[in-house]
Design a protein around this ligand. Sequence first.
Ligand code: C2E
Ligand code: CA
Ligand code: CA
Length: 717
Amino acid sequence: MAQAQAKADKGTQTLLVVDDRAENLEAMQALLEGGDWQVRCVGSGEAALQCLLEEDVGLVLLDVQMPNMDGFEVARLMRGNPRTRFIPIIFVSAIAQSEDAVLEGYASGAVDFMLKPFDPEVLRRKIHSLLDHERNRSELLHLTRQLDSARAFNASVLDNAAEGIMVVGEDGLIRFANPAMAQMLGCAVSDLEGSALLSHLLSPVVEGDWRMSEFYRHWRRHETYRLHEASLRAGNGEGVPVALSCSPLPKLQHAMVVIALDMSVVRSLHAQLESLAVTDPLTGLLNRRGFHQAMEAALARIQRNDQRLAVLYLDLDGFKRINDSLGHGAGDQLLRQVGEQLKGSMRPYDTLARMGGDEFTALLDSLGHPEDAARVAEKLIEQVSVRHCLNGVDVTVGASIGIACYPECGQTVESLLRAADMAMYEAKRAGRQQYRFFSPEMNGRARSRLMLEESLRTAIEQDDFVLLYQPQVYLDSGRLRGFEALLRWQHKVAGTVAPGVFIPLLEETRLINRLGDWIFAQGVQQCQRLSRQFGEQLVLSLNVSPVQFGMPQLVDDLRRVLDEYQIDPAQLEVEVTEGALMQHLETTQEQLRQLRLLGVKIAIDDFGTGYSSLAYLRHFELDTLKIDRLFIANMLDSPRDAAVVSTIIDLGRNLGLEVIAEGVETLAQRDWLVAHRCPVMQGFLVAPGLPAATALAFPAQLDWADLPAGKDPRGQA
Ligand code: C2E
Ligand code: CA
Ligand code: CA
């Protein structure tokens, strides 16, 4: 088919007749008439060469003897030119030729020799067969060119493919490798070709020889063998991660084509994803997962070397307040700043992480002494406690740190972290801005705290809390002023639990906020009932813990319940401890202002126990001072305590504040207070905290004579 096409393309071929004599040319033209060719006649060797350059000539009939340039000369020149080199030449000569001349003719490139006179039919046959021959030759040339270009195309595909491509013979030797393959392995193609495929394979490890390998076995079964996680040995000996596919070539080839995909890019992408999974996007430090991994690695190493390490658990003091008041943007900025500060004060081989929220951890590797960890902790606290500027606002935070040392405090990642966390809580309890080493007692305490925390959660869910109401009475008249609501936990097994046990825990775990809403609702509802009973002068006091006092929504929460039960805000008194007020002066001032706007009374609880009691009386607008019951308990025996109590009473009178003496248990105490003109009292002498129904039945006017002097009525509650 291709051949027939080539023939048609070629059309009729041209015969070139060269002779210096016109009559010879005419005779030859007549002789060659009627063939399936075209005749061109020229009269000289020069004209012949000219024609040969311009036209496609299939055969030359060349006169030997010509002036200027004879036939031999023309033939030699033709053979010297690539374009005309293979065109067949028949020499035509009139003279009887010597053997030498014939030989010279062949030597100069003749294909045949015709001596005149000759048989025209013989000449025509010769021409026919020579033209056929010439046609075949040029077709072959054409096909060869096509083949060459096809081969060049294939080669360029292989050369430019990005994937490594090898042809491996059934003997396991590499027969061909493309440049990409060589580049991937950092060697030359020639290093690969001729070598054994297995000699470049790092993994999987092939046991036995080539014929035992999966490569060969698959090839034998005419199956493609795919290896997703292989590794080839590069020229420098390092492994290159690759995915391989080995497909059998047609049987005749006795070979397979192996395509190798460079996976290092993909793998490094994996590594990047992996690193994202272990870093904290906010600070760039490790996250919880990353820290776990780092600790695991450190423990594995250290267990072999018999060394020690320490885990520091750091929690910011006062972060929540900043986050709540300045917004999350500022909070994030602060966390970033702290992250930087911590990073700056660690040794390069220590590990730092943010575990979430405002909690950071540090792993101090290969530690000499536990004291070194203490030094680091001190430094960290100092670093963090500087003034931070957030969007132009100066804020201060602190840090509490718990330290757990390996191997004393735990041998696993979990136990060490837990121990450090517990120690951190102890540091916070001890008053913040401190560090604590973990100790076994802490463990026990933490365990019971954990259990308590758990049961507190269920208690909130199951409504196991009640409020008791302790009366407050005017000392001069015995008239009822109001009640203080006191929280009790009615534990199914342990019985009634006092708030001193669980309030701090509720604060730590922030569960107080959930319970707080309930307390407000219960208290205000009871206040509604009480004022129906005792009139709208009645005051209900609610205790507000430091954490509750720090909540921005405190005022909104109170307003909501007051509206709901239609209670005059002046009937509600909020009791705040000195400690809560002293937390943060600016926020305290604002919170108090809001409470006043709402119209509720504000009482300072446990007055006199804090250390700056007098100072804030100047700053804050208050309504009531509650003298701490320890002063009352001791005042009759201790002149100092008596002096404190009488001073507070005077102070209140002068500042226009109502003063309540707490914890009055005896008539003697009451008499002393009356003598010192203390306005209100509260205590077991009158009543302990009473259940809601009992409180409603309490007399509006007390007859002091009915009270048994000094009797402790605690048993009644
Ligand atoms: P507080 O505000 O100083 O409450 C007075 C405490 O003294 C109450 O203890 C009360 O039962 C007790 N008490 C009253 N009279 C006498 C007395 O004559 N002698 C003696 N020895 N004690 C007396 P309670 O109920 O155990 O409360 C302890 C603390 O728990 C309270 O101290 C208060 O700070 C906190 N608390 C109580 N109820 C709540 C509440 O509903 N919310 C919050 N946030 N804290 C509460
Ligand atoms: Ca109180
Ligand atoms: Ca008190």
